[in-house]
Design a protein around this ligand. Structure first.
Ligand SMILES: [Ca+2]
Ligand SMILES: [Ca+2]
Length: 153
C-alpha cells in the first residue's frame, strides 16, 4: 500500500472513546453511556446533551433492571453513585424527559429521599445493601453519571 493511501485510511480506524463505555438495551432501543467520574448534576446533564442525549430516564422496571445490571459490573469513583435524570419539580420527582416516577427505588431504609437536594443519584452499592437504589442530593455534589441516547446517534 502506498503512503498516501494509508494516510487516507487512518482516521477511519480510530474508535470513538465513548463506545467503550456504552451498551445498548434492546428493550428501550436506547444506548447508554456510563462514566467513571463526573462533575455537578447540571454540568453532567450538559455533557449528555452535547452527545445528543440526556441523563438517563428510567420509565419502566425493565429499564431500571437493565441499568442496574450494567452498573454492578462497572467501576466508578465518587462514592459509587451515578447522577440520573431525576429531579424535583415543585415538590414532585419527575424524569427529565417529562415522564412521571413510577418505579419505587428510593433508599427508604436510609430515609431517602431525605430532602437534602433536588436531583438524584443511583447507587451501585453505597451505602452497602442499596444496589440500584436512589438518593436525593444537592446539584453541586460531583458524581459519575449515566447518559441515555436514542439508538443510532
Ligand atoms: Ca429511558
Ligand atoms: Ca438524600
Amino acid at each position: 500500500m502506498t503512503a498516501w493511501r494509508r494516510s487516507l485510511l487512518l482516521p477511519r480506524s480510530v474508535p470513538k472513546l465513548k463506545d467503550d463505555f456504552s451498551s445498548l438495551d434492546e428493550g428501550t432501543h436506547s444506548c447508554y453511556t456510563f462514566t467513571e467520574s463526573g462533575k455537578t448534576w447540571t454540568e453532567n446533564r450538559n455533557t449528555c446533551k452535547g452527545d445528543g442525549g440526556d441523563l438517563v430516564s428510567m420509565e419502566t422496571e425493565e429499564e431500571w433492571q437493565f441499568i442496574n445490571d450494567e452498573i454492578q459490573h462497572r467501576s466508578i469513583a465518587y462514592l459509587n453513585e451515578y447522577h440520573i435524570g431525576l429531579e424535583k419539580n415543585g415538590g414532585d420527582w419527575t424524569w427529565i424527559n417529562g415522564g412521571p416516577l413510577t418505579i419505587s427505588k428510593w433508599q427508604v431504609t436510609h430515609g431517602e429521599p431525605s430532602g437534602d437536594g433536588d436531583v438524584a443519584v443511583m447507587s451501585k452499592d453505597y451505602p452497602p445493601g442499596t444496589q440500584g437504589l436512589f438518593n436525593d442530593l444537592p446539584d453541586y455534589f460531583k458524581r459519575a453519571f449515566i447518559c441515555e441516547m436514542p439508538r443510532g446517534t
